[in-house]
Design a protein around this ligand. Sequence first.
Ligand SMILES: [Zn+2]
Length: 251
Amino acid sequence: MKTGWKITAAVIAACTLLLGSPESVLGSPGVKNRYYYEQRGDMIWEVHTNQKVIALTFDDGPDPSETDLILDVLHKYNAKCTFFAIGKRIAAYPEVARRVISEGHELANHTYNHVYFKTPISPQQIQDELERTENEIVKISGKHSSLFRPPGGMYDETLVDVSNSMGLKPILWSWHQDTRDWNRPGVYSISSRVIRGAHSGDIVLFHDHVHGQSQTRAALKIILPELEKQGFRFVTVSELIRLSDTQQAKK
Ligand SMILES: [Zn+2]
């Protein structure tokens, strides 16, 4: 049931995005869609794994109050997550970014200025945005990130190629796990979407910095105990990739 629903949802979402036929989702010649980039191994939306693991991700921080409060909840449930941070916010709130690292989470690249890359994307601009953010990440953690999430999920082949050539894998999210928490749809809306759709290998999209009163932390207080009860383990995106069937097959 779950798999069938997931495929249907994916097909509908892809058709909406691409305004194309269902066949285009499966990769018609010359169509550069999700299937094309997944086949190349150059971009990730979610992974296939036989382990009961899920990756919660938080974009747009660090935030001097909200990130700390979210970290408190994650700590309670021993959840390790990935924070796609904005470079200039890391520079502004280095102590919050340091706490992300010290509690075992992953700090990853979400550009320096939160640029919505519009096509045609300038390779120089991408490189500059990613490098400046990497400099801030290195100052905090002592090492480079290996993951990058383009703001708004906007990408093209130039972005995918430049990012991969810099050792940064572009990461989006499971189509059925976009909580839209930035729009504050209500705590129940956020938590029920994640819980109902939870599937091994999912990548869930949250934000640890939003305009106005965030509902994310309250939703996490419902999501984490429920999924823990169902046997899920919360891992970083890098760990999720390591646990994917394709990675295991390569060993
Ligand atoms: Zn963002």
